[in-house]
Design a protein around this ligand. Structure first.
Ligand code: PLP
Length: 396
């Protein structure tokens, strides 16, 4: 008999979608995999050299639990530049990916019975971690407002038990970027009703067209003392496997995170820490620019192909590297006929008929959405989207 808390979570929906794509490929089917939450790219030269230098220096010991002092200093400088405010190393904890930053946050912040507002569609790990901490996710549907929460909807979700809101901009899976007014409104609600803001900006480096990523603490400096900033190098530097993320927040919060982390993973991998530090010290931004250009081109060409979809609106794709398709017009006739088809059926059909793998919106609390990553090589992306358009336009 397993612990009761194991009933609160299943394996992540995106991991399951990746596994289904892999199983089909292993069975000999030609699959174009658009499920990945990562960018297809070579390593940045500074990362490659930084790792080799660290190994050649014989780096092998524990570091400070929440990261080497030099790395925390460098991250404090990074956050200072990004927020136009002064941050210091004792306000930063280096973590094993953003997932650990979020998990630490949930464990340090939430009491059983607390409520956390989660705009939906949501990244699948957000509610899972809230539940593991014994708290309750309260979903606020954003479908009717272009996937950005309406302030009045957020207001209606607030109760005396509200402890935090999760703000993820640019958003996974929706690809929307919150504007300043929305962020200012959320900050005002947090202050008025005395709750925290968990601000996940893991995709902040990638905004497209005229969209700009704003940090909530820049828009509303008065919310900083109740904000936890979550970020990671997984996306910005195409380094998902290296597992370096960080949490920026009030000093006493960070020192409690340090105590917690000292009983779980201790420090994040030391070679990866040295490597990211080397990049922060020596990188000139050219690698990031190259990734941004790669994604901008993939987005533009992908949107052009998707514009041929007959019953699916062209996705917003304002930030990050996901196209989030709204399948409601496509599925409405079958739903009206009494059939219970949803995005899962679309995903299965795409995989079996078109050899294209995407992630069903059911993984994100939205049975009418479909997430497609455009972080893959351009020729594969174009082929996959072409096949997808053909299959969805023939959908009955
Ligand atoms: N936050 C968001 C919104 C994400 O999409 C992801 C990963 O997909 C993470 C956090 C976690 O990043 P990592 O897996 O590198 O810890």
């Amino acid at each position: 008999m397993l612990a009761q808390r194991t009933t609160l979570f299943g394996s992540s929906g995106t991991a399951a979608a990746r596994a289904a794509a892999k199983a089909a490929a292993d069975a000999g089917k030609e699959i174009i995999d658009l499920t990945a939450g990562e960018i297809w790219s070579d390593l940045a030269p500074t990362i490659r050299d930084g790792a080799i230098d660290a190994i050649n220096k014989g780096v092998n010991r524990y570091t400070d639990t929440v990261g080497m002092a030099e790395l925390r200093d460098a991250l404090a400088r990074k956050v200072s530049v990004e927020t136009s405010q002064i941050w210091t190393a004792d306000e930063i904890a280096v973590t094993t990916g953003a997932k650990q930053a979020l998990f630490n946050t949930a464990m340090v912040l939430l009491n059983p019975g607390d409520e956390v507002i989660v705009p939906a569609p949501y990244w699948t790990t957000f509610p899972a971690q809230v539940l593991i901490a014994g708290a309750k996710p309260v979903f606020v549907d954003t479908r009717g407002n272009g996937f950005v929460p309406r302030l009045e909807d957020l207001k209606s979700a607030i109760t005396g038990k509200t402890r935090a809101i999760i703000v993820n901009t640019p958003g996974n899976p929706t690809g929307v970027v919150y504007d300043r007014a929305t962020l200012a409104g959320i900050a005002a609600l947090a202050i008025e009703h005395d709750f925290w803001v968990i601000f996940d900006e893991c995709y902040g480096a990638f905004t497209h067209s005229t969209h700009i990523h704003h940090s909530i603490v820049t828009v509303a400096p008065e919310v900083r003392s109740r904000t936890l900033i979550i970020n990671v190098f997984s996306k910005t530097l195409a380094l998902t496997g290296w597992r370096i993320g960080y949490l920026a927040g009030p000093r006493d919060f960070i020192s409690t995170v340090k105590a917690l982390q000292s009983h779980t993973t201790s420090n994040p991998n030391v070679i990866a820490q040295h490597t990211v530090l080397a990049h922060l010290e020596r990188g000139d931004g050219s690698y990031e620019n190259q990734l941004r250009a790669q994604l901008a081109s993939a987005r533009q060409q992908g949107l052009k192909i998707l514009s041929s979809l007959e019953r699916v609106p062209v996705p917003r794709a304002q930030g990050g590297f996901y196209f989030y398709l709204d399948l409601s017009d496509l599925l409405r006739p079958t739903i009206l006929n009494g059939a219970t088809r949803n995005a899962d059926d679309v995903v299965h059909t795409l995989l079996s008929r078109a050899g294209v793998a995407g992630v069903s919106g059911t993984a994100f609390g939205d049975p009418l959405g479909l997430r497609l990553s455009y972080g893959i090589p351009l020729d594969r992306l174009k082929a996959g989207l072409g096949q997808l358009v053909e299959t969805l336009n023939a959908w009955e």
